[in-house]
Each structure stands twice: as structure tokens, then as C-alpha cells.
Design a protein around this ligand. Structure first.
Ligand code: NDP
Length: 490
């Protein structure tokens, strides 16, 4: 049996044992074995982290550095991530069951690239002179918000760390970060690796309990909260954040439509449909979990998709030959199975999957339901697993109507060769991202976020950066003789 690593919480530049000296087990969902332990922080521990962040922010040790200096630290973090890529990929795969191919080629490089991108974004934070038709010199300055609380989910732990921490840091904020208790290990190892890059107290990390998350959301010493997680938790966080009217950015759930028109490249659409629901075992907020198929190609497409899904190689996430790993935990797998039972009960047709293929760990077969009505539970609720609901449509208007008939609005996919249809349909879809003839195109330059109950605010891009700044208008009146309207009013 390999060594069980232990991680404490990281506060004011030090690794400290939490108040009650408790820890939680980190279980590898590929084999059910405990491979690490992380500290269980309570609200007092979290308050210490908040105090450290506040002290560091007020000291100006980070906020008063030039953007260039801060950028150099972010680029150094990117280099450290790349230099430790193999270890971080393996830990991420062990923690959340994502295949090693996925963590090696997507998660770790993406986290590094995000730090590099924000590390070099200096010009977007520079003062901006305004052209106003009045005798004034006016400019816009960008300042840090203050102390940022960041709470995230377990499906992309290293990527979310980059998406939240990199823009918050370049803007000059101090941070209290809370990764998900399900999968914190790669993030904690990364903190060990980068701990000397930043002044102490700028980045603090608490782990192991939702109590720590609530303490961050409720705290009056936190100026802004960025949250990625379920819509239900998002609502609680929003309520708590209202206690001191924190600035808020919420990235929540999704039930995204993947619309395949008959005039598409069928092979490309098949590949896209597979990735959209079976990558990371469907545990993606952006999963294309509702496959909308045009009637003319419905039977042919379903048959081919079923063949592909049933032949995916399932097994230990650390095996390079594997295409489909376990779900993140047994408890989560059980919640997905409940949705499969509900789908059967409501009359959808199970055409493949639905079984537990390997006893140990948290495995579940790739699952496809056809004959799904958009009002069924499996078409309306986020399952967050490898369960696809296939819905038939006829024509563009019906596709759009079904696609938008959801409380969520995160992403949508369209597959067609018709350029004019692309333009018409993408404009009418109520969601934050539309991918055309592709799936999962995330770029650091492109803002990502939701409409409706998928949340609000944006991550990545200049729009994502601006979530983390205060905008100050500085206005100098240049009316001759100091006799501006305001100065001479009374
Ligand atoms: P949860 O909402 O259960 O948890 C998210 C985070 O919130 C965790 O760190 C959790 O801590 C913490 N938390 C739990 N309760 C509270 C509370 N009352 N106050 C403050 N923090 C709290 O989500 P999951 O981790 O299960 O992630 C899956 C969800 O995330 C899905 O709904 C998915 O769609 C969404 N998601 C959204 C994305 C987006 O960008 N839109 C991207 C990826 C996922 P702990 O783990 O300790 O309980």
C-alpha cells in the first residue's frame, strides 16, 4: 500500500493544524482506497484565514506591487505547475477519477496556461482616459476589490483554482480559497509547490468541510465571493453573501442542449455528442446532457452512438489505455443511479448502460435514454453523470423551443453545415456559450458563464478579470478660473 499523504490548512504562509485537529479521508474512486487525508477546517479556522487575508491586503504587500511584478509571480506559478505536471496529473486522477489522459492533456496544462494568461494581461488593468465632451480630465482606474473568498466544486479542481486565483491575484486581491472536500489533494499539493512565490497571507486555503464554505460566504470581512458548485448551494451562498452585500460571481449547474441537425457532418457530430456527455464521465457543468436529434437522422444516429458508448474502455483512471474512469465517489454514483431509475419510471427507453460494471470503486456504465420528453426529470434536472437524454425534434423552431425550455442556460452546441442557420439559431439560444460544430472550446481569452439559474458573472477573458476589480472614476475639472457649474451653483 502506498503512503497516505496528509495536508493541513494553509494560513498566513504557514501549514497549520485545524482547531479540532480533525481530518477527512480522500478516497481514490478507482479502487476505494484512502490515498490522502486533508484537514477539516471549522469556522474558527476559516476566520483565521480571513484575518490573514485581510491583514495582507491592508499591508499593501501584494496590492501595491506593480501589475508587472504581480504578473511575474503568476508566470512563475505557471512554470511551477508545468514543472510538476506529472505528479499533479496523477493526484488529480486519483482524487476525482478523471482519466490520466484527461488530467495530463487538459487539466494541468490549462491551469498553467490560465496563470500565464492573467500574468501577462497588464494592459487590460491600466488606467483608461475617457473622452468626455466637457472641460474635464477624466480617467478610469482599476483597483482590487479587497479580500476574495473562492469556493469551488470537485470536477475540475486545478482548473477552477487557476480560473479564480489567477485573475484575483493579478488584480491585487488577497484570497481565502476553499476547494471541494471531494477532491482537494492536487490543489493542496500545488499550494506546497507554489507557497514561496507570494507574500504570506495573500493566498490562504481551508479544506474539508462545507462549514468552512459557509463561514466564507457569511463573513463580513470578505468583499467578494466567487463560487462554482450546484445551483442549490449557490442559492444558499447568495443569501449568506447578502449579509454584507458582497460582490458575487456564481457558476452553477447546467442541462445543456446539443442540437444535431440533419445537414451536419454526422461523424463529427457523433464524436462531439460522445465527448459532450462521456468526457470526465459526464461530470461537467457544460455536459451536453440533452441530445436534440432532428427526426430525419434520429434512428441512424442513435444506433451509431449506442455502438460507440457501449465500447468505451472502462477502468482505473491511472491507466493510459482507459477511456472512461469511475465517478468521483460512490455517494455521487448512487445519486446518478437514482436518476436512471427515475428515467425508467417516467417511460424513457434505456438503450445502453445503467449498470455498475466494476464492483470496487465508483464505476457506472455510459448510459443512454431515448424517447425522452423534455419535461421528464432526466431532461430537466442536472444529473452530473454519464447519462444522456435523447430528444427528437422536427425543424429549427422546435429545436430552439426545446433547447430553451430549461431553468439552466450555461452552454449549447449546434451541429450543421448551414451558415445562415448557425447565425439564426445561436442568436436565439438563451445561454452564455454556443459551440458550433465543436464541443468544449474553452480559451483563456473567452468569457464563460451562465444565463438563468446557471448563475451570473463571468470567468476568463477581460470580462472575467473585471469581476475582480473596483472601477474608480477620477475627474479633474479644468473650467477656466475654477468656475465650474458645481463650484458656482450657490
Ligand atoms: P456543491 O454545491 O455541493 O459544492 C460546491 C462547493 O461549495 C464545495 O466546495 C462545497 O464544500 C461548498 N459548500 C457546500 N455547502 C456550502 C454552503 N452552505 N456554503 C458555502 N459553501 C458550501 O457542488 P459539487 O462540489 O457537488 O459540484 C457539482 C456542481 O457544481 C454541479 O451542480 C455542477 O453543475 C456545478 N459546476 C458548475 C460549473 C460552472 O462553471 N457553471 C463548473 C463545474 C461544476 P464541501 O465540498 O466541503 O461540501
Amino acid at each position: 500500500m502506498s503512503e497516505v499523504r496528509e495536508f493541513q490548512i494553509f494560513v498566513d504562509g504557514l501549514w497549520i493544524t485545524p482547531n479540532k485537529n480533525q481530518a477527512i479521508d480522500c478516497v481514490n474512486p478507482s479502487n476505494g482506497e484512502v490515498f490522502a487525508k486533508i484537514a477539516k477546517a471549522d469556522s474558527d479556522d476559516t476566520q483565521k484565514a480571513i484575518d490573514a487575508a485581510r491583514k495582507s491586503f491592508e499591508s499593501g504587500a501584494w496590492a501595491n506591487l506593480s501589475i508587472k511584478e504581480r504578473g511575474k509571480c503568476l508566470v512563475a506559478i505557471a512554470k511551477l505547475i508545468r514543472g510538476n505536471a506529472k505528479e499533479l496529473s496523477e493526484l488529480e486522477s486519483k482524487a476525482c477519477g478523471k482519466t490520466i489522459k484527461h488530467t495530463t492533456f487538459i487539466d494541468v496544462p490549462t491551469a498553467a496556461d490560465t496563470f500565464e494568461y492573467f500574468g501577462r494581461i497588464e494592459k487590460e488593468l491600466q488606467d483608461r482616459k475617457l473622452n468626455i465632451n466637457a472641460p474635464v480630465d477624466s480617467k478610469i482606474c482599476y483597483e482590487p476589490v479587497g479580500v476574495v473568498g473562492a469556493i469551488s466544486a470537485w470536477n475540475y479542481p486545478l482548473i477552477f483554482f487557476g480560473w479564480k486565483v489567477a485573475p484575483a491575484l493579478i488584480a491585487g486581491n488577497s484570497i481565502v480559497y476553499k476547494p471541494s472536500s471531494v477532491a482537494s489533494v492536487a490543489v493542496m499539493r500545488l499550494i506546497e509547490i507554489i507557497q514561496d512565490v507570494l507574500p504570506k497571507g495573500v493566498l490562504n486555503v481551508v479544506t474539508g468541510s462545507s462549514e468552512a464554505g459557509s463561514a466564507i460566504a457569511e463573513s463580513k470581512d470578505i468583499d467578494m465571493l466567487t463560487f462554482t458548485g450546484g445551483t442549490e448551494t449557490g442559492r444558499k451562498v447568495m443569501q449568506a453573501a447578502s449579509l454584507n452585500t458582497k460582490r458575487l460571481c456564481l457558476e452553477l449547474g447546467g442541462k445543456s442542449p446539443n442540437i444535431v441537425f440533419a445537414d451536419c457532418d454526422i461523424d463529427a457530430a457523433l464524436g462531439g455528442a460522445m465527448s459532450a456527455i462521456f468526457m470526465n464521465q459526464g461530470q461537467m457543468c457544460t455536459a451536453g446532457s440533452r441530445l436534440l436529434l432532428e427526426d430525419k437522422i434520429y434512428d441512424e444516429f442513435v444506433e451509431k452512438l449506442k455502438g460507440k458508448a457501449s465500447s468505451l474502455k472502462i477502468g482505473d483512471a491511472l491507466d493510459y489505455a482507459i477511456e472512461f474512469g469511475p465517478l468521483a465517489s460512490k455517494a455521487h454514483r448512487d445519486s446518478v443511479i437514482k436518476f436512471i431509475e427515475q428515467g425508467k419510471k417516467e417511460g424513457a427507453k434505456l438503450v445502453c448502460g445503467g449498470n455498475v460494471p466494476i464492483e470496487k470503486g465508483a464505476f457506472l456504465e455510459p448510459t443512454i435514454f431515448t424517447d425522452v420528453d423534455n419535461q421528464m426529470t432526466i431532461a430537466q434536472e442536472e444529473i452530473f453523470g454519464p447519462v444522456l437524454s435523447v430528444i427528437k425534434f422536427s425543424g429549427e423552431d422546435q429545436a430552439i423551443e426545446i433547447a430553451n425550455d430549461s431553468k439552466y442556460g450555461l452552454v449549447a452546441m449546434i451541429w450543421t453545415k448551414d451558415i445562415e442557420k448557425i447565425d439564426r439559431v445561436s442568436k436565439r439560444l438563451r445561454c452564455g456559450t454556443v459551440w458550433i460544430n465543436t464541443y468544449g472550446g474553452f480559451y483563456n481569452e473567452a468569457p464563460f458563464g451562465g444565463y438563468k439559474q446557471s448563475g451570473f458573472g463571468r470567468e476568463l477573458g477581460v470580462e472575467g478579470l473585471l469581476e475582480y476589480v473596483q472601477v474608480k472614476h477620477i475627474c479633474l475639472d479644468k473650467t477656466p478660473g475654477g468656475k465650474s457649474l458645481a463650484a458656482s451653483w450657490f
